[in-house]
Each structure stands twice: as structure tokens, then as C-alpha cells.
Design a protein around this ligand. Sequence first.
Ligand SMILES: Cc1cc2nc3c(=O)[nH]c(=O)nc-3n(C[C@H](O)[C@H](O)[C@H](O)COP(=O)(O)OP(=O)(O)OC[C@H]3O[C@@H](n4cnc5c(N)ncnc54)[C@H](O)[C@@H]3O)c2cc1C
Length: 387
Amino acid sequence: MNSQYDLIVVGGGVLGTFHAYHALKSGLKVALLEKDRKPKGATVRNFGQVVPSGMNTKWQAYGRESLRIYKNIQSKFNISVRQEGSIYLASNDEEMQLLEELYEINKSNSYPSQLLTKGQCLKKYANLREDYVKAGLFFPEEIMIEPRIMIHRLHEYLEKSGLDLYRGETALECDALRSGVQIYTSLNRLLSTSKVLICNGTDFKILYPQLFIESDLVVSKLQMMQTKPQPNYRLRSSVLTGLSIRRYEAFTECPSYDNIKAKENPDSFEKKWSIHVLFKQATDGSIILGDSHEYAPASRIDELGIDLNMDIDNFILQEAKKIFDLPTFEIQNRWLGFYSQCKTTDIYQRTIDDDIHIVTGIGGKGMTASAGFAKENIKSIFYVEHA
Ligand SMILES: Cc1cc2nc3c(=O)[nH]c(=O)nc-3n(C[C@H](O)[C@H](O)[C@H](O)COP(=O)(O)OP(=O)(O)OC[C@H]3O[C@@H](n4cnc5c(N)ncnc54)[C@H](O)[C@@H]3O)c2cc1C
């Protein structure tokens, strides 16, 4: 077959787009198909916190590589990267213990972090409540991006670098031929390529629906809020708090983690909805606040429904007010987000007929780890090396 492309990526979210980026960098001829004119998936609905500090050792390595990639692109083209760091705030002795243990783990991994006293936290973070914070662990290398800007800017950058981007065009069918693959699209186009990479996020009903029904993929539904712009107020980094310390994978590697978790009340409201409280200031001065998690198997995604549960938002707001006295807690936007993850593995990967590769289910770590993971994955699919 005379292939038009070396690689067609299906799905223009962060995972698909960074696969396209690395393939282009390797000198391959690449196309990206995105079903919406502008992506509407998890990639534009998240906090935009790029926090390798929250990942286990394996995924922290991908996250750290992602930091290098984001910063490198930003030095050439504005994709909304800001290096302001991230902090975890402990609210009691148990959480402080976990911060100290994570500090030691990161020291042995040569990942810079700084333990901050209560006084240092109060000095650095305006309006932080004295009766909440006991100590903090700060990661200076970490960045934030603007989710509603970053992916569009990255697409623009890749188009300038030679990517063929088919916006508003759905891949409806992939046919493996004796050599290469043909893709049929919603605009009656037939594209030919040597390999296909499908990064479909949570869209399980278009390509290979049966495969996803039979998989162990689950979908998580998250609730998010955004305050009105804060008058004369600056939050000096991403902020993760006590409930995140008890949730993020990095802390599962701390020696005290299991003992501390065993003491938690399994029937609490925050456990029922897997709530933790994160803060990030957007460039318009508003604060993004979240989040909660509700789960359903990929085969029963519709059970997650379309409603925003006001009890959850009220709980997040009530907890947020215990942490920061923000100038305003008036909410201007509320939205749902969905991401997929596997029950038994840390990402979903399948290869069909040698040349069709499915990669999804990166869970809550996609903005942080996709760029680094995709670099390695492109190398393993194409056996290529690049800078
Ligand atoms: C509320 C929320 C907060 C989060 N916060 C963070 C955070 O702060 N930090 C972090 O690291 N991660 C965070 N995450 C996780 C992160 O957003 C996801 O892991 C990541 O965006 C997943 O990217 P993706 O490309 O796999 O999926 P998606 O962003 O869903 O992209 C998939 C794309 O594929 C397209 N598509 C599907 N099928 C087809 C088809 N057949 N043809 C053409 N196009 C198709 C879809 O239109 C979609 O645009 C958060 C997630 C949510 C929901």
C-alpha cells in the first residue's frame, strides 16, 4: 500500500496530541483526527496542574520528562505554561508525617522539594488559614497550564511543524490491510497510513466498542468549580491539601501510609464521593476548585448521568473555606469532567493486527504524564530515537 501517512493519531486530547508531537519530532509524516472542532474531553476540563510529585515512582519519571517537554515547547511557542510550583498543605500530624516521608523519598530520587514550616506557608500564601495549616511540602519545578488554552496552542504549534490536523472529523472505522491501515472518516474521507494510534479518552462507542465493553476500564465523573476573579489576590502556586495527601499515589509509597489510611472513616462524605480539595489560580484571577469522583464501568458509562450534585459542591466549598479565606467564594462556573482508568493496570494498551494501537485510560495523571509517556511509547511502536 502506498501510505499517505506513517502515523494517524485518533483523538486530539493531551495523550493523542503528545503522541503526534513525538512522532513528528522523529521525522514521521503524521495526521491527527479530532472529532470536535475544538476538543471537549478531559483535556480542557481539568485543573491544569502538572504535578509529578503526586505520582508513584514509575509515573513520576514520565511526569518529570513531561515537565522538560512542556518547558521546552514553551521556550519556543506560548502554550500557557507557568512555572509556579506546587505545594501540599498538611492539616494535622499524620499528614505532616506523610509530607516528611515524601520529602525523603524525593530526596533519594533527586527530585527537588522543600519542607516549609507553618510560618513559612502563612508567609508565602496570602489568606491561608492559620487554624488549618501545620506544614507544607513545596515542589519548585512543577508547572501549571491553562487547560482551555494549552491544547489549542499545541495544535497550532504542531501544524506549523508539519502536522495534518483534521478538526471536526471522526474516525469511524479502521481496516487493517496486508500492509498498513485504512481509516474511514465522518466526512467520507479514506486515509491510508502505516500505523494508527487511538487515544479516544472516554469515547468507547465509536471504534472497537466491544473491546471496551469487555475491558476493565472504568470511567470517573468529576465535579469542578471556578470562582469569580479574585480582587487583588494572588495564589502563588498550585495548592493540594490534606485530602490529596491521603489520595495521591505518591503517598502510598510512604512507610506510614497504610497505618494512617486504616484509621480513616470509610463512611465519611469525602470517602463516598472520593473528594479532595485543590486550588489553582487561572490567568483571569479566578480560582479553580475541585474535585469529586464517581465511578462506572466503561460498559455502563451512561449510569454516571448528567447532573451536578449540589451537596458535593457545597461540601467542597465548605472544606475550601476552612483552608483559605479567599476574597470571594462566589462561583462563576461549574462543570463535569470524565476520564477513564483501568482497574488492574496503570494505563490501557491494546494492539490490533500489528498496526492499530489503542492507548487510553491514563486516569487522573494525563496532563502530568502524557508528554513523557508518549515519548517512550512512540519509540517502542516505531523503534525510533529522537532528541
Ligand atoms: C476534572 C478533571 C481534573 C483533572 N485534573 C488534572 C490535573 O490537574 N493534572 C493532571 O495531570 N490530570 C488531570 N486530569 C486528568 C487529565 O485531564 C486526563 O488524564 C487527560 O486529559 C486525558 O487525556 P486523553 O487525551 O486521554 O482524553 P481526552 O481529553 O478525553 O481526549 C480524547 C479525545 O479523543 C477524541 N475522539 C474520541 N474518539 C474519536 C474518534 N473516533 N475520532 C476522532 N476523535 C475522537 C475526543 O473528541 C477527545 O477530544 C483531570 C481530569 C478531569 C476530568
